[in-house]
Design a protein around this ligand. Structure first.
Ligand code: UDP
Length: 250
């Protein structure tokens, strides 16, 4: 997957893939077993990366950058370079684990509050009987040496890193060279959803592009982070008017 062909939205390049293509690319990365990592930025993360160079660099270094938020899809369209699809990170990971379960793949769940990864492990094992959950670890730690040893001993094909942004992106970039894993994906609060601690928006809300509103109602503390969404759209429109359309590379 060439990084040159990425579609840029406010400085972050996104791979232009549908779900099937993204899952196939991830399976190839797992086969290569080089601890590559995938990121799933939404508009909040894009806005954060404009102020945080280390986050911007970790997004750039990722082997795949997937458009998680509906705002990214609108942004790319406004800039004249529409993306094929919005790929919610949690659905992408679900489809990938479905494929991995056919090969008895090994998955390690890292992140979230104590006990949550274990609950997610149970749900995922029930949903994908061929999958082997080879380890779990909560995301509240001060020294990760032991965690890395535990992950390497488990030799996962897939490591889900669910520490929230930007912690998970920086962690994956910093530790990739010392990890014996096939592939990593930074997935935010997904373990909470797999565990049933947090509910996803009903389908109708998702189809209307209102998943963000549902999350805001369920987790009002997100108001400060979500206030970046209108700023993001404003910045995209500003760029379109005063800088012009994106150049199409592919
Ligand atoms: N988290 C963690 N370690 C930390 C901070 C956060 O494991 O030091 C977890 C948190 O428990 C939650 C997830 O990371 O499960 C982040 O959730 P959030 O909804 O903030 O992330 P998003 O999905 O918006 O990136």
């Amino acid at each position: 997957m060439s990084k040159e062909n990425r579609i840029e939205v406010l400085g972050v390049g996104f791979d232009n893939l549908d779900m099937r293509e993204a899952v196939d690319a991830a399976l190839t990365l797992i086969d290569e077993h080089s601890a590559a990592y995938i990121v799933t930025p939404n508009p909040e993360i894009v806005m954060l990366s404009r102020k945080d160079e280390s986050l911007a660099s970790s997004l750039k270094d990722a082997s795949l950058v997937i458009a998680d938020g509906v705002g990214i899809v609108y942004g790319a369209r406004i800039l004249g370079t529409p993306l094929k699809a919005r790929l919610p990170g949690i659905d992408f990971a679900g489809s990938l684990m479905q494929e991995l379960s056919k090969k008895n793949g090994r998955v390690y769940l890292f992140g979230s509050k104590p006990g949550v990864a274990e609950m997610a492990a149970k749900t995922l094992s029930d949903a994908h009987p061929g999958l082997l959950i080879c380890g779990t670890q909560n995301g509240y730690f001060s020294d990760d040496t032991k965690i890395i040893e535990d992950i390497n001993a488990a030799k996962p094909d897939l490591l889900l890193v669910c520490l929230g942004a930007p912690k998970q992106e920086l962690w994956m970039q910093m530790n990739a060279s010392g990890l014996d894993v096939g592939l990593m994906i930074g997935l935010g609060g997904s373990l909470d959803v797999f565990a049933g601690v947090l509910q996803r928006a009903p389908d109708r809300w998702c189809k209307l592009g209102l998943e963000w509103l549902y999350r805001l109602i369920k987790e009002p503390r997100r108001i400060v982070r979500m206030s970046k969404l209108p700023v993001f759209l404003f910045a995209v429109i500003w760029r379109r008017i005063f800088v012009g359309r994106n150049k199409r590379e592919n």
